[in-house]
Every structure is written in structure tokens, then in C-alpha cells.
Design a protein. Structure first.
Length: 316
């Protein structure tokens, strides 16, 4: 800033007023300062400026997700970014790959950069240590362990229950469950919904039809990967097998049969989480809030294949 002041022939105070958009500077003088800034390539140090401010507002927030390569989280991140942009904020992004250590490092790094708030997709670890944070925190997509904060989730349990009930209503009784890592909150909820549907129908779950952990930690869109793997496997089957996937995906409606899915809206998850966070940044004093978003069942054909009705000893 001193170099800019010397080049423009003005005081440091004048340069500061121009840089910060304050009044009290003649147009000709401001133009000289702007030319000097452009010629010298000066960039304002927002972090240093933030540390000098009494209210300590950095106008940045942090977003920590499982994997930004996963389309679900990239859509969610864009929604957070849009909400932040409307408020004049920037977003710092990071992926944990469901690694609690990496989660801790990212939260620490973002906090050290004086972000005004954090949105976190919790890992399968325990987040109780984050309770010491003085930075406003909102959890999204998954519930945290050991942490009582604002949370935005999807009704994974209800969505899975609806999917299985739909298959049972088509006459199917051997309904398999293919899932991701069971220690992830969303997957525990979906498996619980699977079991709920069987219980409501007065049926037992067959352990041989349940598979957990079908995704490696390096895989991106887990639910879609599992659904596509199921489609590949069913292609080799000797008869048609009904299928319902959790999460919609591109071209699902173009396959034959088109894939019936339980759809969720990551954009709404992100936007809602950002709105909750900014309400905290603005000083909203309410107790922790929990927002549960509904899923949408989309029947397209693969989940509507009925089991042939067979009569045995007077029963169907």
C-alpha cells in the first residue's frame, strides 16, 4: 500500500479510503490511486483487513463434504455457493473421503482462515470435538455424532421404506438390499427403512439377501455406482428382476426398462443448509434446528415388474 501511495503521490489514508470504497476522496485523486494500483498489481489483503476489524467478518464460509467428485455433492456445493454469492460471501471447499482425520484437518484449516461459518457433511466418525468450535456450524446430508447443531437431512429411512413397500406390493418377497458402507449415517437409515417395510408387511428379512459395503472408499457417486452395478448384473439374469434405485441419475429414464428411483434434491439440501448457516452468522439465537427433506418416488418401469401370481395349496 505504501508503494501505491508513493506512486500516486497521496497518503496511506487516501489509498485506504479508495481501496475500501470509502468517500472523501476527489475523483481525480481516486483515479490516480486506481492507476497506481493497476500498474503495481496491488491486491488487498482481506485476511489482514479482517483481523483489524472489530466485528471480524471475513465474508467467507467453509463447505466440507464427502467427495466433490460425487454429483450429489457438486450440486449441493453449487447451491451453497449461489446462496453465499447473493450475500457477498466466498466459499472454501474441501473433501473428506469419509476420513475423520481429514475432516478434522479441514475444519481446523478453515477455522484458522477465520471463516464466518461452516457447513459440514459429517464422516462416519465422532464429531464431539467440534463442539468446542466458536464458528457457527451446520451439518448437511448426515447427522453428526456427539454434536448438537442445526442439521439438514433427507428422509432416507422413509424413502427406502417406500421403495421396498412398492416392491412388496408388486408381489415380490425376496427383495435384496445392496448398500454402501454401513457406518455411514445415510446408509444406516436406508437399511432401517428396508427392515421397516418388511416388518410392516409381517415378513422376515433374509440375511442372505443383504449386502453392505459395496463401494470402495475411492468411488464417487456411491448410490449410482451400486445401482448401475445391479443393472449390469440383472442384464445377465435369465428372467426379469424388479429394481428400485436410491438417487436419480442421468439417462435413468432412457434405459430399458427405465429405472424406478427414490430421488432426493441435493440443491435443496445445500440451499437450506446455507440459509440456516447465514441465520446463525446473523445472530439468530434459536435452539438447534433439524430440517428433514422428503424424497420423491419416481416409477419408471423397472420397479413395476410384477411377480407372477402362483397358486399353491390355496395361497398366492
Amino acid at each position: 500500500m505504501r508503494d501505491v501511495a508513493a506512486a500516486a503521490g497521496v497518503s496511506l489514508m487516501t489509498v485506504s479510503r479508495v481501496v475500501n470504497g470509502e468517500g472523501g476522496v476527489a475523483a481525480e485523486t481516486a483515479a490516480r490511486v486506481e492507476r497506481a494500483i493497476a500498474e503495481l498489481g496491488y491486491q488487498r489483503n482481506d485476511i489482514a483487513r479482517h483481523l483489524r476489524q472489530k466485528n471480524r467478518v471475513s465474508r467467507t464460509i467453509g463447505l466440507v463434504v464427502d467427495d466433490l467428485a460425487n454429483p450429489f455433492y457438486s450440486i449441493m456445493a453449487r447451491a451453497v455457493e449461489d446462496e453465499a454469492y447473493r450475500r457477498g460471501y466466498l466459499v472454501l471447499l474441501g473433501s473428506t473421503n469419509d476420513d475423520p482425520g481429514r475432516e478434522r484437518d479441514l475444519v481446523t484449516a478453515f477455522s484458522a482462515r477465520q471463516v464466518d461459518g461452516l457447513i459440514l457433511v459429517p464422516t462416519s466418525g465422532n464429531q464431539h470435538a467440534l463442539a468446542r468450535l466458536r464458528t457457527p456450524l451446520v451439518c448437511a446430508d448426515r447427522m453428526a455424532r456427539g454434536l448438537d447443531v442445526d442439521t439438514v437431512t433427507v428422509d432416507n429411512r422413509g424413502g427406502a421404506r417406500q421403495a421396498v413397500t412398492h416392491l412388496l406390493d408388486q408381489g415380490h418377497r425376496r427383495v435384496a438390499y445392496l448398500g454402501d458402507q454401513r457406518d455411514i449415517w445415510t446408509l444406516r437409515e436406508r437399511y432401517a427403512g428396508y427392515r421397516d417395510a418388511f416388518s410392516a408387511a409381517g415378513l422376515d428379512v433374509s440375511a442372505d439377501l443383504v449386502r453392505h459395503g459395496l463401494r470402495s472408499r475411492t468411488s464417487a457417486a456411491a448410490a449410482t455406482v451400486i445401482t448401475m452395478g445391479a443393472i449390469d448384473g440383472l442384464g445377465a439374469a435369465t428372467r426379469e428382476v424388479a429394481l428400485v434405485g436410491f438417487d436419480d441419475f442421468p439417462l435413468a429414464d432412457k434405459l430399458s426398462p427405465a429405472v424406478t428411483v427414490v430421488s432426493q434434491d441435493p440443491g435443496t439440501v445445500g440451499a437450506t443448509a446455507a440459509q440456516l448457516l447465514f441465520s446463525r452468522i446473523d445472530g439468530h439465537p434459536a435452539p438447534p434446528r433439524s430440517v428433514v427433506l422428503m424424497t420423491r418416488f419416481i416409477p419408471r418401469g423397472s420397479g413395476e415388474l410384477r411377480w407372477p401370481r402362483r397358486v399353491t395349496s390355496g395361497r398366492t
